[in-house]
Design a protein around this ligand. Structure first.
Ligand code: HEM
Length: 193
């Protein structure tokens, strides 16, 4: 059920985005608009994915975790669409131009590193991979925190001027990390005392 609902939502989002871009309602540069919206949605989905565990603890709603896999995969799908927009509309599939850009502009390299960090998480997102990998699966999936840090750095460097959105992402990410690593550890220590 969560998989179906999230996939349907992402499909509608893609359809709406493409329709707005194709019908001239996405401003003078539809490719730029698609790149920006897809980047922001991917980052928000990643943050939403990690926030589920905190919300489950805060509101005692164990069922929330059933949404985590679907949200995480959607984040990867939207991030990949973002990369496809860049490769197709910004670089016209020119591998040399892409390589030059990755080398010349650090924020592009950081974006690439972020996507590469998400790739093994998407590839091992099946229940079968999770069973086969045991505790290694949990260790690998901690990479999501690294990927989010890279995505926020990439966003901050990409849009250069207005830092308000970046600061919002940094604050939200720090709050989620604090809840996970500090508050939970504190609660565990006091329960064993
Ligand atoms: C190979 C990988 C990637 C490339 C080449 C890439 C490229 C770009 C480019 C060219 C921009 C727009 C910069 C401008 O305004 O001129 C951008 C913005 C952005 N990207 Fe990426 N990106 C990559 C991966 C990612 C990933 C994996 C995420 C998130 C998970 C992401 C999230 C964002 C965000 C949030 C923005 C800023 C949007 C805004 O503030 O309006 N990017 N990216």
């Amino acid at each position: 059920m969560p998989g179906f609902v999230v996939s349907a939502g992402i499909f509608l989002l893609f359809a709406a985005g493409l329709w707005l871009a194709a019908s001239g309602q996405a401003g003078p540069d539809p490719a730029k608009w698609l790149l920006h919206q897809s980047g922001l949605v991917a980052l928000c989905l990643l943050l939403a994915t990690i926030s589920l565990a905190s919300m489950r603890r805060a509101f005692s709603m164990p069922g929330l975790l059933r949404w985590r896999r679907a949200l995480g995969i959607s984040a990867f799908v939207v991030a990949s669409a973002h990369v496809v927009v860049y490769v197709a509309f910004y670089q016209a599939f020119d591998i040399t131009a892409i390589t030059d850009d990755v080398v010349k502009r650090p924020y592009i390299m950081i974006g690439l590193a972020c996507w590469l960090a998400l790739l093994p998480l998407a590839l091992t997102s099946t229940a079968r991979a999770r069973r086969a990998m045991g505790t290694r699966w949990y260790r690998l999936h901690r990479l999501v925190y690294f990927a989010i840090a890279l995505a926020i750095a990439h966003q901050g460097m990409a849009q250069k001027a207005d830092l308000a959105v970046t600061l919002f992402f940094v604050a939200l990410f720090c709050a989620l990390l604090a809840e996970k690593f500090l508050l939970r550890r504190g609660a565990r220590a006091s329960s064993t005392r």
